[in-house]
Design a protein around this ligand. Structure first.
Ligand code: GDP
Length: 322
């Protein structure tokens, strides 16, 4: 029972073999389940379509296919399934035998690509938490080489497939979903330059624009992302949003500056400060900066307000067709 909301609702399909970790990923990323609770998840046996929480900025759906369903068979209604789909995320259990997963992935890519050549393919090499750094690299390299052989044999060597090493026990799965989601946001280049301007004018070291519900970052400035900075900022969201949900101003409260939302500065013991401003109900800006820079908080506030205004204008615009 597919519902068509038009092109403004990007659809993400989550597929992979049974027990690969699809439900766990979805529960951890979008429903704040703690990773250990996933041990008791029932395997997915039905085709489940999940609308991600409405309060989330990223309005996308995850279709959780049971492992045994042939994703290329008529029963899946490939035209419908892949036709309106923006990204296909395929989960491979890195700890399991890869041969079957790869064969099915290649078949799925073939079908999906023929129906919809603009679809973005993403592979999560998942459950790598027990792997050493070398094992991770080797595992991804091997999978990439195998898939590329299979795609070449199927004359699909030009299809681009992105790989991510993930685990629900750290932030890697959030990082991977951030990258997936960013490709589905047509305004991304503009967002990135807005963040670059903000960072440069306030001497910020790193700025992330977060989807508060999922803790996926939908954009960041163009300096390199290191995992630790991302984790710091993601943890800050948890702390601040949870505290302000309990103790904060009610929805719609306005202090006259146009900000109705959570604001917070946390100073760390190494001279670094974390600065959070909620942009609207679903987005928060989190910055890492030197504590000394916080002395010019007025400048920071001014530039954040400009950024919020630009953001509002950017997302009021209708989505441009690709
Ligand atoms: P699905 O059938 O693809 O939806 O798979 P599930 O989400 O039910 O996951 C199957 C099992 O894998 C569960 O026992 C999860 O706890 C486990 N699992 C999921 N993700 C990870 C991970 O990143 N690392 C590890 N070690 N186990 C995981």
């Amino acid at each position: 029972s597919a519902r068509h909301d038009g092109p403004s609702t990007p659809r993400v399909l989550l597929m992979g073999a049974r027990r690969a970790g699809k439900s766990s990923i979805q529960k951890v990323v979008f429903h704040k389940m703690s990773p250990h609770e996933t041990l008791f998840l029932e395997p997915t046996n039905k085709l489940v379509k999940n609308d991600i929480a409405n309060s989330s900025f990223v309005q996308f759906e995850v279709w959780d296919f049971p492992g045994h369903v042939d994703t290329t068979s008529a029963a899946v209604k490939p035209e419908l399934t892949f036709g309106g789909c923006s990204a296909l995320v395929w989960v491979i259990d890195a700890q399991d035998d890869h041969a079957e997963a790869l064969a099915r992935l290649q078949a799925t890519i073939g079908t999906a690509y023929r129906i919809n050549p603009s679809i973005v393919f993403e592979v999560l090499v998942h459950k790598v938490d027990s792997f050493s750094e070398d094992q991770r690299i080797e595992c991804q390299r091997e999978l990439q080489a195998h898939l590329s052989e299979e795609l070449t044999a199927a004359r699909l060597q030009h299809v681009k497939v992105n790989f991510h090493l993930t685990s629900i026990y750290d932030h890697s799965v959030f990082e991977a979903f951030s990258k997936v989601v960013q490709q589905l946001i047509p305004q991304l280049p503009t967002l990135e330059s807005l963040l670059d301007i903000l960072v440069a004018s306030c001497r910020i070291e790193k700025a992330f624009l977060f989807d508060v519900v999922s803790k996926i970052y939908i954009a960041t400035d163009s300096s390199l992302v290191d995992m630790q900075s991302y984790e710091l900022c993601a943890d800050m969201i948890d702390v601040v949003i949870d505290v302000s949900c309990i103790y904060g101003l009610g929805e719609g409260a306005d202090d006259g500056t146009g900000s109705t939302a959570s604001n917070c500065v946390i100073t760390l013991n190494n001279g670094t400060a974390l600065f959070l401003r909620e942009m609207n109900r679903s987005l928060a800006l989190v910055c890492i900066l030197k504590e000394s820079v916080m002395q010019q908080q007025g400048l920071l506030e001014y530039n954040c307000a400009s950024f919020r205004k630009a953001l509002g204008e950017l997302f009021r615009l209708p989505n441009q067709p690709k």
